[in-house]
Design a protein around this ligand. Structure first.
Ligand code: PMP
Length: 461
């Protein structure tokens, strides 16, 4: 028994965790006394807790376990890489075979002239690095005033200081020094669009808002627009059909760069390696990715940029002062290469195109149930929004914790989903079977009805 295991065994994992661990995006006061579910193992589409419970992983870990859990091939690839080369710095002229091979694999699958890669440690560091390198780019281009960044409500780009500020304003209420150069547009939410507008009219409104913001700031001061193809953590907000092409057109008109944050949408979740071109018909200037890059087996992220940006960054006399100790970590790159091999060998993108519509179809009828305002999403990226009043689309008070209540009922029935305020999000492994889709739909159905009864019992509704 290792020292760590011996220490843990002296107390329960739960008690040790309660004493020392700070959990992300969690109410710390509640966590002082809250019970823990100790996830002990995972295989395929399931995770298991140390008290013997089995859960279908409706969230793919955290939008990331695209190829499913516990693959021996992944363990072998990671172990082999550690035996050959655990880690060495990629700074200056040092490199490694996995880092070179992964950059080639990514650029071969990325759209347009996106042929240069800067590896990072995850999604936040990818978005953060993308913004830094855009600032480098415009300075070198002789347009140093281009510093302003346009983002959107309901966005999630990460949890560094900068990327929290790029995210929905709710993520950075306690600190906003960057707010001087970060600007938010409306989320392209069809469910909450102005009453009476068609999808096309709504797209016009959003495009006009973007153009007006650029003109207000002065186009010569604006660097880029950053957007998730489908907003994930903000509630799986699928934009109107022509939204991304319109936003790109406006970027081109005023010389802004377009950054597509594909941290969730890449590596098969929407049936393609990257969703920007193949799903939404646009070629951005930069794609950031993470999560499905290694299917979460080990942390990694990447910024993939166009040749045109790279040409400016690599002009003589400039020094590229951005990077991390673990940029291009050999073990992470080996894991990503094996993950990509599995996605292609098992035709996972094609599988998502084939089975994903069944997931949409099985969840859609939930919208008939009480509490459900909207069921939305595409393929293996879905969400249910709960409302107190369906007609008026009014939300429950925060204290009701509606998403968490339904999540609890799901968990009791062996399904893990993500509770977010008034939402439940689903982003399962892409290896999900039809029978498991039925299970998810049935569990959610029963959990929603039980929660409706519970709200009545508690005198809430
Ligand atoms: N961008 C998007 C779209 C994300 O969903 C996330 C994580 N949920 C991030 C960035 C941040 O990634 P990470 O947590 O790996 O830093």
């Amino acid at each position: 028994m290792s020292l760590a295991e011996r220490e843990i065994n002296q107390r329960s994992v739960e008690e040790t965790d309660r004493r020392h661990n700070i959990h992300p995006f969690t109410d710390l006061a509640v966590m002082e006394t809250a019970e823990r579910t100790v996830i002990e193992s995972a295989k395929g589409n399931y995770v298991y807790s140390d008290d013997g419970r089995k859960f279908l992983d409706g969230l793919g870990g955290m939008w990331c376990v695209n190829i499913g859990h516990g693959r021996d091939e992944m363990a072998d690839a990671i172990a082999e890489q550690i035996r050959r080369l655990d880690y060495y710095s990629p700074f200056d002229d040092l490199t490694s075979a996995p880092m070179a091979a992964l950059a080639e694999a990514l650029t071969a699958r990325a759209p347009g002239s996106l042929n240069r890669v800067l590896f990072t440690t995850g999604g936040s560091t990818a978005a953060d690095s993308a913004i830094r390198l855009i600032h480098h780019y415009f300075i070198r281009l002789g347009e140093p005033a281009r510093q302003h960044i346009i983002t959107r409500d309901k966005a999630y780009h990460g949890s560094t200081y900068l990327t929290a500020s790029l995210s929905d304003r709710g993520y950075s209420t306690d600190w906003r020094p960057e707010s001087g150069f970060i600007h938010h547009l409306s989320a392209p939410s069809l469910y909450r669009r102005p009453a009476g507008t068609t999808e096309a009219e709504f797209t016009d409104i959003l495009a006009a808002e973007f153009e007006a913001k650029i003109l207000e700031l002065g186009p010569e001061n604006v660097a880029c627009f950053i957007a998730e193809p489908i907003q994930g953590s903000g509630g799986v907000i699928v934009p109107p059909a022509n939204y991304h092409p319109r936003m790109l057109e406006i970027c081109r008109k005023y010389g802004l760069l377009y950054v597509a944050d594909e941290v969730v949408t890449a590596f098969g979740r929407l049936g393609h390696f990257f969703a920007s071109e193949d799903y939404f018909g646009i070629v951005p200037d930069i794609i950031t990715c993470a999560k499905g890059l290694t299917s979460g087996y080990i942390p990694a992220g990447a910024v993939i940029m166009s040749d045109e940006i790279y040409e400016v960054l690599s002009r003589p006399g400039a020094y590229f002062n951005t990077g991390f100790t673990y940029t291009g970590h050999a073990v992470a790159c080996a894991a990503a290469l094996k993950n990509i091999e599995i996605i292609e060998r098992e035709r996972i993108c094609e599988r998502v195109q084939e089975i994903g519509p069944y997931f949409e179809e099985r969840l859609a009828p939930l919208s008939e149930l009480p509490l459900v305002g909207d069921v939305r999403g595409r393929l293996f990226m879905m969400c249910i929004e709960y409302v107190a009043d369906k007609e008026r689309k009014e939300l429950f008070a925060d204290e009701v914790r509606i998403g968490k209540r339904i999540w609890r009922h799901c968990q009791k029935r062996g399904l893990l989903v993500r509770p977010l305020a008034h939402l439940n999000v689903l982003s399962p492994p892409l290896t999900l079977e039809r029978g498991e889709i039925d299970f998810i739909a049935d569990v959610l159905h029963d959990a929603i009805l039980d929660t409706a009864d519970e709200l009545t019992r508690d005198g809430i509704k």
